[in-house]
Design a protein around this ligand. Sequence first.
Ligand code: GLN
Ligand code: ZN
Length: 749
Amino acid sequence: MTTTIIGFPRIGAQRELKFATEKYFRKQITAAELKKVGKKLRKKHWKQLQSAGIDQIPSNDFSFYDNMLDTAFLFNALPTEIANSSLSDIDKYFALARGYQGDAGDFKAWPMKKWFNTNYHYLVPQLNKSTSFHYNGGKIKTEFLEAKELGIITRPTIIGPFTLLLLSELDNTVTIEDFTNDLLTAYGDLLTDLSSNGAEWIQIDEPSLVYDLTNDQIKWVCDFYQKLLASKGTSKVLLQTYFGDIRDIYRQVLNLDFDGIGLDFIEGKQNKKLVESGFPTEKILFAGIVNGKNIWRNNYQQTLDLLHDLPAEQIVLSTSCSLLHVPYTVTTEPFSADVKKYFSFASEKLTELTELDLLRKKKQLNLLQTNQELFVTPRVTENPELHQKIENLTEGDFVRKPDFEERRKKQEDALHLPLLPTTTIGSFPQTKQVKHARVALRKGEISQVDYDEFIKQHIQEWVKWQEDAGFDVLVHGEFERNDMVEYFGQRLSGYLFSKNGWVQSYGTRAVKPPIIWGDVSRTEPITVKWSTYAQSLTDKPVKGMLTGPVTILNWSFPREDISLEESTLQIALAIQAEVLDLEKNGITIIQIDEAALREKLPLRKSDWNSEYLNWAIPAFRLVHSKVHATTQIHTHMCYSEFGDIIKAIDQMDADVISFEASRSNLEILQQLQDQHFKTLVGPGVYDIHSPRVPTKSEIVNGLHQILAKVPQQNIWVNPDCGLKTRGESETKESLVNLTNAAQQVRKEL
Ligand code: GLN
Ligand code: ZN
């Protein structure tokens, strides 16, 4: 055994799984038809890995929605009311993924959270007194046997107990200890079952081991695995970690009876040093040396040097994390050969692994030379003017004047908003029509003028609709945008776009991150035309709508030849120019979304400031530091936890922020109160990731909860996030309930 990967993308090279699943949601295909699509994709991917020469192939990395949800299902850890409902298994599964309203009941979806420092989101299992874990012999075995029938003995993968528990939400009636014995039995049954069915290796993913660990956690992990591995059967067990190093538990892990240890040598800064301090001869090191997150070619010489330094006797070459986080292939992309040669997507990474394997065995040395050519000469020509501008930035460029309180008064006088002002996050439903118009424009079937007219008509309709629904601050609806990052990238220099470079974000949602190829700058206004048009239709303020520099960076594939900080400052200057242009053209409220601020936050707290926040927060301030006091700056952040960076968020010095909050039960409120959050705040009052329509009284309740923790003059009322993925009628119903709820609660104040 010489090469493997941790996991492969599953949505299909043409996003087949997404389309089939959505068809199933719309009742256009049956469950059996959907399952057939899944089966076909699994087969295709296994065969692809096999023919690429990967000699140990994972299984159960496939999922119809999410692997955490799969794991909860495999262990029958569903809420009782769903388990006992009349829904079929697959509908129970999707009910937890996206909520269900119908004959079988009214079920809310599980919350969704960011998967470590990626843009993938997992479903958060909700554990309480009635939860128990029992291995049901389902998906993981079915898929193993399915591959076996094709003649492929795969390595089934499963999320490990520590990560499962750490990422789940336990209510206050239970602790981790309450589940330990259950889980020991459940994982024990899983190992026995798979090994008796012929699994030679089983992969247990424990990415949570890369966090800062407490002594209790270390002890829990050691005790658990000591017991579990005592009865592991004939299968070998790989402990797979990723997204960082395991400095807190490395020594202990070596003493456990794992047959293989998987370490990430890309993001795991200390893993090399740890292995150099000793690695047992009888264990196999699964070395994550090909970057599972970025799309640049591997530097073979550097990798070979690293491998040379690792004292392990047996090394299997692997990826740093699952390839879930990169697109399928670069071969079909519309780049010239001169550009393509720098890229490596999931399929190309397979080749890199097998080539590196040849090279470490001193075979086909010509491969090394071709690879080195990519790195010896600079890839792009630089923009010296921009570099100078960044060098000349001073402290004052990062500070907005006057201070928050003074601005606040001026803005109150200028804007005359009621208490609990209502607004939305920016986008309205991207209906089929809207998407078709964009495709038609791209194909040249309609002219730019026709397209613009079409967009204007939508803006007009929705501006009117928002006025009628009673919104205080309107938006234009973002109909002209395909995606909040790609749209800006396409209008900035220095970007490249793939045609089909989709990466799963959650469930059936995929994003196509643009690629930062060179120095980034703005060459012309980007959003001014649409914002000013919308503003011309109404006396109410219309928010300008921009994406912030940190999010643009975090949702792009970044360069590896300059620092993230430098790239972000380049983007910040470009967006700053846009902000000033909007202001000059009469836009008085400007929202700069930092949906993905948390994305690149280091997993270890000790690194937060020094490695990230110290430049990311100032980069945001640079964007708005030069606007007038009366211009109100909003920002928005997406689903993830904020409590622990609430101070840093306040330091972004925006005037208003909206948060995703409802699917995490408004848990942010306590933090806002405890930390005396200064920025005005709109914690989302309903979950937009589900088609479910919130009732007025639910929203009223939410507002009461918010009022209990946040001063009433500081509160804004808005949904959780943009509405582009929602249907039109559910959106309108929900928003009317929202403004009605706000009106009712205002009367109580
Ligand atoms: N303004 C964007 C929208 O409404 C924000 C989206 C997001 O936060 N992901 O779509
Ligand atoms: Zn959002």
